[in-house]
Design a protein around this ligand. Structure first.
Ligand code: DLL
Length: 435
């Protein structure tokens, strides 16, 4: 089985990789300075020119691009290529107000397909695979992104999109799907359906899962691998930068996601000060796209919290690895002064027998005090049991959360399958506080 999709670039020695990054960065700066008035304006204001950048280190003196800049330029203000060259437009899922639009030239689409093909191979897939793609097709980049990558690899892609889970299970079994691509929460949803139909994943041909678009813990990986009888890896991406395939775990290490550095220069910064943090320390991921033509972005603040390592990896890829994401800086909840990421709750729940990692956090403010109710689904086997067992279980969850996160919450156990499932990104928090 091939180990790499593009061996030369995936294993480029670091010195060569960094030289390539610098060259591409300098070209990209010229491109945005000459074609995007927004960038010309801030460069002129700060008296910087594309020529000011002589080394990769100089990048940190350049301005950031933020989500707000994208919104202010909505929809096409940051495009660097004329509309004649833009062949596709995607948009972020944006929960409030307008989405952000991203335009791609034909070259960008081709580059994206290669990044996704590299990612699939890193996950362990190859030409002979049948890729069951349950990411949503549409403005969301998941469906089409994974689709083009699978085709570039030369695998057979089944363009399922999300929804109609019964049919998904039938197709998966009948067509002998070997790779599943979807959100991790939807993978668990499919597992529930398989269980409800009293079929066993051991009778399926599925062997690999490529899951992303939302944070998921190591504990959730173990749960998914066990339930679906597969090897599962984490994939990262965002519409503003490209979609799925910006970074991927390799099947050999499953320890950090290789970010394709020949196209994306990553930096990790302190979200409050914007200063770079040390290797291994967590902070906000900032990405500069050095090869994109349609909408190149300079130092884009992703708001995703991770850390980076340049340590060599057993798989032989030389591209740096970012750690599994804690969540987004704007998803971080501050409950009675304590910082909490929903993914930490998930990790705790996966470790407790009798409950499913399906939960909903409801936060209110009574007087000046935050109150938290955590609704958790229990296992079918437990729900029919006597009240006392359920009481003991809720106390146990409350104690684990208090001990691990330092947050007091009241747990409400709910019947199996009562918490709303989505085929896309899971909704885990309802915050009723008014700030
Ligand atoms: O979620 C692109 C994607 C599709 C990635 C399919 C992976 C698989 P957006 O809808 O623009 O794009 O959302 C991007 O989702 O900034 C992160 O906050 C979050 N996200 C994406 N992948 C991961 C991941 C797609 N593996 C936003 N772990 C990003 C944690 C993730 N969060």
């Amino acid at each position: 089985m091939a180990n790499y999709f593009n061996e030369e670039f995936e294993t480029l020695p670091r010195v060569a990789l960094e030289a390539l990054q610098l060259k591409r960065l300098q070209d990209m700066l010229e491109r945005i300075y000459n074609n995007v008035p927004f960038y010309k304006h801030i460069f002129d204001q700060r008296k910087i020119t594309p020529k000011s950048v002589k080394s990769l280190d100089d990048l940190q003196n350049l301005p950031f691009t933020t989500k707000k800049d994208m919104m202010d330029s909505y929809p096409y203000g940051l495009f660097a290529a004329p509309m004649e060259e833009i062949v596709r437009i995607h948009a972020s899922s944006g929960t409030t107000g307008k989405p952000t639009a991203a335009g791609y030239t034909g070259k960008d689409i081709s580059l994206w397909a290669e990044m996704m093909a590299r990612s699939l191979v890193a996950a362990g897939a190859n030409k002979g695979d049948i890729i069951h793609n349950s990411y949503g097709y549409g403005l969301f980049t998941g469906g089409l992104g994974a689709h083009y990558g699978a085709e570039r690899l030369g695998a057979s892609v089944i363009p399922m999109s999300g929804g109609n889970t019964k049919r998904q299970v039938m197709i998966m079994q009948d067509f002998g799907s070997t790779v599943l691509t979807c959100t991790p929460s939807y993978a668990l949803f499919i597992a529930d359906e398989v269980k409800a139909q009293k079929i066993d994943f051991k009778n399926f041909k599925l062997r690999i899962g490529v899951f992303g678009a939302e944070p998921w813990s190591e504990a959730m990986r173990n749960e998914i691998e066990k339930k679906l009888n597969i090897s599962a890896v984490d994939i990262y991406g965002l519409s503003e930068i490209m979609g799925p395939g910006v970074a991927i775990e390799c099947r050999e290490a499953k320890s950090g996601l290789h970010i394709w550095e020949d196209n994306f220069i990553p930096e990790i910064v302190d979200p409050a000060t914007g200063e770079r943090v040390k290797e291994g320390e967590s902070g906000e991921l900032v990405i500069t796209t050095v090869t994109k033509q349609g909408m190149p972005l300079l130092r884009y603040r992703t708001r995703d919290i991770t850390s980076i390592t340049y340590e060599p990896c057993v798989c032989g890829r030389t591209h740096a690895r970012i750690s599994k994401f804690m969540g987004r800086s704007d998803d971080m909840l501050i409950i009675r002064g304590v910082n909490v990421f929903p993914s930490q709750i998930e990790s705790i729940l996966v470790g407790i027998e009798g409950v499913e990692p399906q939960y909903l956090l409801i936060i209110d403010r009574k007087g000046n005090l935050d109150t938290v109710q955590l609704q958790v689904e229990v296992d079918e086997s437990l729900f029919s049991d006597e009240i006392k067992v359920l009481q003991v279980l809720s106390k146990k969850i409350e104690k684990e959360i208090k001990d691990t996160l330092g947050v007091t919450c009241s747990v409400k156990l709910v019947e199996p399958k009562t918490i709303e499932r989505t085929e896309g990104k899971a909704k885990r928090v309802i915050d009723n506080r008014k700030f």
